[in-house]
Design a protein around this ligand. Structure first.
Ligand code: GCO
Length: 441
């Protein structure tokens, strides 16, 4: 063969591979102009909810995050929504929406401020809060770790050290034993991939490290921590429903004809999504055994926000504008609104063969101009998925009210209620009214 024959054969092979990949991994886009998003249907037992996390709303915490905020000089969380004192009023707001479930997290640093001391008053307050929710007909879904933990735990290496998992399990058992009987739905950890990548690779979350090796180690340990907790809690009450919340961000190649973009997308998809799914489905992650991870979940929580267009030059920062398709709408977080990805994410997680709870979905939108469309599109997509037979049981909107958006601080507003941080006044937004309508229809 002469050189040009090799060239033609190579080009032919290249074309076959990219066409094959494009067919196998389609990037769905709907013609939203011609879709009637009001045309949705939900089974009677579908659960509507809202979600928050302790550090983002409670205020005046003393944990790895407050320490990181001080160290790095990012916006300080300080009083946040002062929810720790305003919770009664906030629970009225939840009831006012008509939702039947509320996902929130317990602040470990409140329960166990020092390694050897438990704060029973804090635990009792959570108990009182849960009783109040139940009396309002709102089912609590409790997350045990949503990015924040005590400073003493961080100081001994947090989830970077496998031997620290026993401290975490001890805390989980303590909380579980107290709340068991009142709470049936539990999320062990929130977004292990976000926690490890943002904290140990992108330096945007505590502890602010930049090491791929440590990132992978933490991700593995978090899955170990989840599995051990799952088994320990199931022993206390086999009837409880325990899962974890997984953020699915879909990585699509920026240019669908470019094999390098496909390879980048594939690698990022594995690190962000595939590794954790593999731990849960096969008990293996990045080539290591994660013992006990297989069958360690009664449901899988899906936190869905967006897809990202991958190339070797993908920005390694959040809050900056990412590449987008021409017709796509960019949100204030810098990523696009892509409701079509919700079904793709559900499809991905349905491999795990357990019910799917959409534990988070929402948009950063300070003047509430996008959220109404965002909500409509995502709700319509869920209704379509249910029609197709996917086992999606619930939808928790992120978030009940504007709150402290981690490294982005207070400028990003995700709430159905607007929060005036000066007066702590909450006001229902138009999207909140829309959600109220959907939930009550
Ligand atoms: C996350 C968290 C939430 C965020 C929300 C909006 O995904 O980072 O679970 O705490 O506030 O996702 O970004």
């Amino acid at each position: 063969m002469v050189w040009w024959m090799y060239l033609i054969a190579g080009l032919f092979l290249y074309a076959i591979i990219t066409v094959f990949l494009s067919k196998k991994y389609p990037e769905t886009h709907y013609d939203w102009e011609n879709i009637d998003c009001q045309d949705y249907q939900f089974p009677d037992n579908f659960t509507w909810g809202v979600a928050t996390a302790s550090h983002q709303i409670e205020g005046n915490n003393n944990n790895n995050w407050t320490d990181f905020e001080k160290r790095t000089g990012i916006e300080q969380s300080e009083g946040a929504c002062e929810h720790w004192t305003n919770w009664k009023q906030d629970f009225q707001l939840i009831q006012n929406l008509g939702v039947k479930s509320y996902r929130f997290s317990i602040e470990w640093s409140r329960i166990q401020p020092e390694k050897d001391s438990w704060n029973e008053d804090a635990l009792n307050q959570y108990c009182e809060m849960i009783d109040d929710l139940i009396s309002k007909g709102i089912k609590p879904m409790v997350t045990l770790h949503h990015f924040s933990h005590p400073i003493w735990f961080e100081e001994i290496g947090g989830f970077l050290n496998q031997e620290n998992i026993l401290h975490w399990t001890k805390y989980c058992k303590k909380v579980f034993s107290k709340l068991d009987g009142k709470v049936s739905d539990w999320c062990t950890v929130n977004e292990p991939e976000v926690f490890s990548i943002m904290g140990y690779y992108m330096k945007m979350f505590p502890p602010g490290k930049g090491s791929l090796f440590k990132t992978i180690k933490v991700m593995k340990n978090m899955l170990r921590a989840h599995s051990q907790t799952y088994r320990a809690l199931k022993e206390i009450n086999p009837k409880s429903r325990i899962g974890l919340a997984k953020n699915v961000t879909l990585f699509d190649p920026l240019r669908r004809w470019n094999l390098v973009h496909w390879i980048t997308a594939g690698a990022l998809n594995y690190i962000w999504n595939g590794a954790i799914i593999s731990a849960l489905a096969k008990g293996r992650m990045f080539g290591s055994k994660i013992s006990g991870a297989k069958n360690s979940f009664d449901f899988i929580g899906l936190n869905y926000y967006t897809h990202a267009l991958a190339s070797p030059f993908i920005p390694q920062k959040v809050g900056v504008q990412l590449p987008k398709r021409e017709h796509e709408i960019i949100t204030e977080f810098g990523y696009v609104m892509y409701a079509e990805g919700l079904e793709r994410s559900v499809k991905l997680l349905s491999k795990l063969n357990v019910p799917i709870e959409i534990t988070e979905n929402g948009v950063a939108d300070s003047n509430d101009s996008l959220r109404p469309i965002h909500l409509k599109r995502h709700v319509w997509c869920i209704s379509e998925m249910i029609k197709k037979g996917y086992d999606v049981r619930s939808y928790y909107h992120w978030s009940l009210m504007d709150n402290f958006e981690w490294a982005e601080g207070y400028k990003l507003r995700f709430g159905l209620y607007h929060v005036d941080y000066q007066t702590q006044e909450r006001t229902l937004k138009q999207s909140g009214k829309d959600y109220q309508k959907i939930v009550n229809s």
